[in-house]
Design a protein around this ligand. Structure first.
Ligand SMILES: Cc1cc2nc3c(=O)[nH]c(=O)nc-3n(C[C@H](O)[C@H](O)[C@H](O)COP(=O)(O)OP(=O)(O)OC[C@H]3O[C@@H](n4cnc5c(N)ncnc54)[C@H](O)[C@@H]3O)c2cc1C
Length: 372
């Protein structure tokens, strides 16, 4: 089967790779370079236990999290790229009564032992992270919250995809999805028509623009996230530290990533004084000695967001051969391995192999005057 994938973020690159492994002839169009947008901007946290315990989303997240060790090894074998998969766990400071209540529920929950969830008192917090502010008197520790270097991960997926036979067309923008007689026939890119049996839209926050190219409206919008990195040598922190306001990610590269804002400001391509100031204030509040560290860089990215904050995955309802995988919002790095396998199974066998009703494109799709 000849498949066109539009978008060379983590979702497009990972899915192109799995489709090629399944025997498909895949062309991947990326208007810039792989990872140029949200997938290169992310912090790389793999945090599978969200707020909605027991939901289909949580099951999807857990399935993806469980794939990570195998994916990391496979990509290293195929490309030689080490994606800095760090498994030291995350510390959640308990700063108010609500934090304590949530932590108690988690410690007593059914995933507590698999995920290495522990309640730490003041002495344990000090012993593990002496740089934390003295007002942090307790913490929940989640041993299973891992992190990767997502910039390397996208490159590794892209390189593995090419090695598996994917034709990667970087610097090539898709202007239109060709939809005729109720099915897709491919795409128009840089003025040329590229025929395909199936097309997968994986253009992140820009997927709505591709839908508009054939007269459909998909409610996917950008949610800007700002980040700042400090030069973290010698390191003050050993674990990820995650509060409601901010997270701190110590990378093996010697950077400490501080993130992230969540803003609905369209595609405004900038960091702001207020955004960076709020991240730094929250970070220094948790770890006062960070105030003396040099700022290495600041950046932003556009998370693809749908109004219920869940991914959009599956076949386009009234266009044969057209598929979509987007709106991974704050979890696209975590969800990439499972999204790639799910979409590959679904596109090649007609069956998703996982429960997918909650992620149906019909939720946020209108065409002409029809709402699905
Ligand atoms: C600051 C920040 C921090 C984050 N932290 C985390 C985290 O810690 N953990 C986590 O799991 N997730 C995190 N995320 C979310 C994660 O980054 C996204 O969910 C994920 O990267 C989405 O991947 P994607 O491939 O769908 O989109 P993108 O990475 O945005 O890729 C879409 C690609 O499509 C291309 N494109 C668009 N239009 C066209 C066109 N017409 N033709 C050709 N190419 C096109 C773009 O150039 C782009 O490269 C974070 C995001 C941000 C912004």
């Amino acid at each position: 089967m000849k498949i066109t994938v539009v978008g060379g973020g983590i979702i497009g690159c990972a899915t192109a790779y799995e489709l090629a492994k399944a025997g498909c002839a895949v062309t991947l169009f990326e208007r810039a370079t792989p990872g140029a947008e949200a997938s290169g901007a992310a912090a790389g946290l793999l945090v599978p236990l969200g707020a909605a315990t027991g939901s289909a989303f949580e099951r999807l997240a857990l399935a993806s999290w469980r794939l990570y060790p195998e994916v990391v090894d496979e990509l290293r074998e195929r490309t030689g790229i080490d994606v800095d998969y760090v498994t030291r766990g995350t510390i959640y400071p308990l700063l108010d009564a609500e934090d304590v209540r949530q932590a108690e529920a988690r410690v007593a929950g059914h995933l507590s032992s698999e995920f290495g969830i522990e309640a730490w008192d003041t002495a344990e917090v000090r012993a593990h992270e002496p740089a934390l502010a003295t007002h942090v008197r307790g913490a929940m520790f989640v041993g299973a919250d891992h992190w990767v270097n997502n910039q390397r991960l996208v490159v590794a997926y892209a390189q593995a995809a090419v090695a598996a036979g994917v034709v990667l067309r970087s610097g090539t923008s898709v202007s239109r999805i060709i939809v005729e007689d109720g099915r897709t026939h491919g795409v128009v890119a840089d003025g040329d028509r590229w025929e395909a049996d199936a097309v997968l839209l994986a253009a992140g926050a820009w997927t709505a623009a591709l839908a508009a190219s054939f007269g459909a409206r998909l409610r996917v919008e950008p949610a800007r996230g700002q980040m700042v990195a400090l030069l973290h040598v010698p390191p003050l922190l050993n674990h990820v530290v995650h509060s409601d306001d901010v997270y701190l990610v110590p990378r093996p590269s010697g950077e400490l990533l501080i993130g992230a804002t969540v803003e609905r400001v369209g595609f405004q391509r900038s960091v702001t004084a207020e955004g960076i100031a709020s991240l730094l204030a929250a970070a220094i509040g948790l770890v006062p000695s960070l105030g003396a560290l040099p700022i290495a860089r600041t950046w932003y990215g556009f998370r693809p967001w749908a109004p219920d904050s869940l991914p959009i995955l599956g076949p386009w309802p009234d266009v044969e051969g057209l598929w979509v995988a987007t709106a991974h919002f704050r979890n696209g790095i975590l969800l990439a391995p499972i999204t790639a396998r799910l979409m590959t199974d679904w596109m090649t066998t007609g069956r998703p192999g996982l429960e997918v009703d909650e992620f149906a494109p019909e939720r946020f799709l209108t065409r002409g005057h029809t709402t699905f």
